[in-house]
Design a protein around this ligand. Structure first.
Ligand SMILES: [Zn+2]
Ligand SMILES: [Zn+2]
Length: 338
């Protein structure tokens, strides 16, 4: 089969790869209905995370089970399934507590920008839908695999509740779907920080009530002004840089909640400053698995349409162009047809 392989900075190739096979008796092989490029794939693409050797890339997936190992009991051939970027057993203490991305047996699922994917710990990792979804639902199911699940965790971890004021830092796919999630959880006011017109439009579609275009200290000041000097109850940090983290902590009200779901790159927190903010901090790699059953239900009932976040669709063979478009911010998120 042919799939995406990263060779180095700005060098993603569509090339021949080995077909995945069942290795452990708890594995499943999934034939993907679609796959996509993640904002976090841009870290190695931009060379910020160096690539030491050619590596199959991609970690967001949904599709039809093709084959299962002999110890897999809950999913079977022909079922449509979704999983997350970390495989998890869903039985250890951390999984039971809802932190499947800290599973004692977690394994990264990699190489998903391809027609076939091996998913370890299939029973714990994969969630099957009731039936094979209609083709127009596939983008939303695919979004649930990571960006929706991560946005949902951002809102949940920041204690979003009905009537609350929420600020979202970051207008990438995760930030936009964090807005959708906060809306579903009943937030009254959702302030999106974005300076890009197409992203602002989508933010509004997903439920943003206010847009703040300023950044840094000016952005903090603007949100303080919008909240009568109080700050936001919940702040969802969906980027992972020093500036975005500082901004997030800066706009939270005393006693407010800040969630952070973007992998941090050189983020340093000043303990003394943090101490006097009174904020709750809660973040990490989103335990998407915890939310999958609920998210699938919301998509199947057409209550939410997170698939709108894909604004570019390409065949898998054009994967390199998909990366370029996201790198240059011409696309929010690229869906790859397989
Ligand atoms: Zn991702
Ligand atoms: Zn576990």
């Amino acid at each position: 089969m042919k799939g995406a392989v990263i060779h180095g900075a700005r060098d993603v190739r569509y090339e021949e790869r080995d077909e995945p096979k069942i290795v452990e008796s708890t594995d499943a092989i999934v034939r993907l209905s679609a796959t996509c490029i993640c904002g976090s794939d841009l870290w190695p693409y931009r060379g910020i995370n160096p690539t030491k050797e050619p590596t199959p890339i991609g970690h967001e997936y949904c599709g039809i089970v093709e084959e299962v190992g002999r110890d897999v009991a809950t999913v079977g051939r022909g079922q449509f399934v979704i999983g997350s970027f970390f495989a998890s057993d869903n039985t250890c203490p951390h999984c039971k507590a809802g932190y499947q991305t800290s599973c004692e047996h977690r394994q990264l699922v990699g190489g998903a920008q391809a027609p076939l994917l091996r998913v370890p710990l299939a029973d714990g990792t994969l969630v099957a839908t009731r039936e094979v979804p209609a083709p127009d639902m596939i983008p939303s199911m695919l979004a649930a695999s990571d960006v929706l699940g991560t946005g949902w965790f951002a809102a949940d971890a920041a204690n979003v509740k009905p009537g609350k004021t929420v600020a979202v830092v970051g207008d990438g796919a995760v930030g936009l779907l964090a807005i959708l999630s906060a809306r579903q959880m009943g937030a009254e006011r959702i302030i999106a920080m974005s300076r890009h017109e197409t992203r602002q439009r989508l933010a509004r579609v997903f439920g943003a009530t206010d847009i703040v275009t300023e950044r840094g200290d000016a952005g903090v000041a603007r949100i303080k002004e919008l909240t009568q000097g109080v700050g936001a109850d919940s702040v969802l940090e969906c980027v992972g840089t020093q500036e975005s983290m500082q901004q997030a902590i800066g706009v939270a009200r005393p006693g407010g909640y800040v969630s952070y779901v973007g992998v941090p790159h050189d983020v340093q927190l000043d303990g003394q400053k943090l101490f006097f903010t009174h904020v709750h901090l809660h973040g990490g790699p989103a335990p998407v698995r915890r939310y999958l059953p609920r998210l699938i239900e919301l998509i199947e009932s057409r209550t939410i349409d997170p698939g709108k976040v894909f604004d570019l669709t390409l065949p898998l063979e054009k994967v390199a162009e998909g990366y370029r478009a996201m790198d240059e911010r011409r696309a929010i998120k690229t869906l790859l047809r397989v």
